[in-house]
Write a protein that binds this ligand. Structure first.
Ligand SMILES: Cc1cc2nc3c(=O)[nH]c(=O)nc-3n(C[C@H](O)[C@H](O)[C@H](O)COP(=O)(O)OP(=O)(O)OC[C@H]3O[C@@H](n4cnc5c(N)ncnc54)[C@H](O)[C@@H]3O)c2cc1C
Length: 260
């Protein structure tokens, strides 16, 4: 016999437990694309309390559609080890070019990150940051449904020792800082420089160079890094996204360790 009230209570209580135990985290990741998922996987694996907030229902960002909805992705040699480690099957297409089924890739990255201990809140949008003493100390969140319906509903907050902006092309967290905080970003203009046109090879190496702190307490990862610091987009080659997520996690992990 199934009691609907018990089902409802189970969902509400379990979700509230999850939310309450993540009101203060070591690391908050905004965006559940490939960069955010790898960052979350690595930080959770290292034992840091990490929450990822994703606006959409599904996790995986722009990975599902491969290139122009052909659901295969390409990764280069340097990044293949991350897919190997996370259990995503790849096939060599030509030396140094490997392909993976984008559906397998998105779902496996999500699964492995959760298994490692990352807590994901989907359908939640980050709409603002909290800044104290010239440092981002937390995020302002709301239901994506509230955002989409443009309802006048006040948000709630999450305290985070570090934030990773993995919001892709939109670079939403750093843009919010640039717009609302009376201080400069660590970019050449002090603002979000903006992304340039498509050049896969340069974009991929710049993604890694640009994976760094953009404002005290906030690191960029993935396409957000090139949008923030001003470099090319790369199209459907995803190695840079994976390596960037790994680098962002490493940098945040080092800071957290040093502060212990
Ligand atoms: C929906 C989508 C489809 C794409 N399709 C293609 C394609 O077909 N071919 C191609 O070459 N490139 C595509 N791209 C771009 C390419 O996939 C990206 O360059 C790559 O996925 C970047 O990875 P990423 O991890 O940096 O960010 P993304 O994969 O872009 O993921 C960023 C995630 O952050 C979430 N997000 C953004 N702002 C917020 C916020 N304020 N709060 C919470 N969550 C937020 C987004 O919903 C998204 O899931 C697409 C991007 C997106 C978002």
């Amino acid at each position: 016999m199934l009691d609907e009230t018990i089902i409802t209570r189970a969902i509400i209580e379990r979700y509230m437990d999850k939310l309450q135990s993540h009101l203060e985290v070591d690391a908050a990741i905004v965006g559940g694309g490939p960069a955010g998922l790898v960052a979350g996987y690595k930080l959770a694996q290292a034992g840091y309390k990490t929450a990822l907030f994703e606006r959409k229902l599904s996790i995986g960002g722009g990975m599902w559609g491969g290139g122009m909805m052909f659901n295969e992705i390409v990764v280069q040699q340097e990044a293949k080890r991350i897919l190997d480690e996370m259990g995503v099957a790849t096939r060599q297409f030509e030396p140094s070019y490997h392909t993976a089924d984008s559906v397998l890739c998105a779902s496996t990255l999500c699964s492995q990150a959760c298994q490692a201990g990352l807590t994901i809140f989907n359908l939640v949008s980050v709409e603002d940051v909290m800044v104290r003493d010239h440092r981002v100390v937390g995020l302002v969140i709301n239901w994506s449904a509230v955002e989409m319906a443009k309802l006048h509903v006040d948000p709630l907050t999450i305290r985070a020792r570090y934030t990773i902006d993995a919001t892709g092309h939109a670079a939403e967290v750093v843009r919010t800082i640039a717009r609302k905080v009376d201080a400069s970003l660590f970019t050449k203009t002090g603002e979000v420089v903006g992304e340039r046109s498509l050049w896969a090879e340069v974009a991929e190496s710049h993604t890694l160079d640009n994976t760094r702190e953009a404002f005290p307490g906030v690191f960029t990862a993935g396409m957000c890094s090139n949008a923030t610091f001003g470099s090319y987009r790369m199209g459907p080659v995803f190695g840079g996204m994976l390596l960037s997520g790994e680098k962002a996690a490493q940098m945040v992990g080092e800071r957290l360790k040093a502060e212990k």
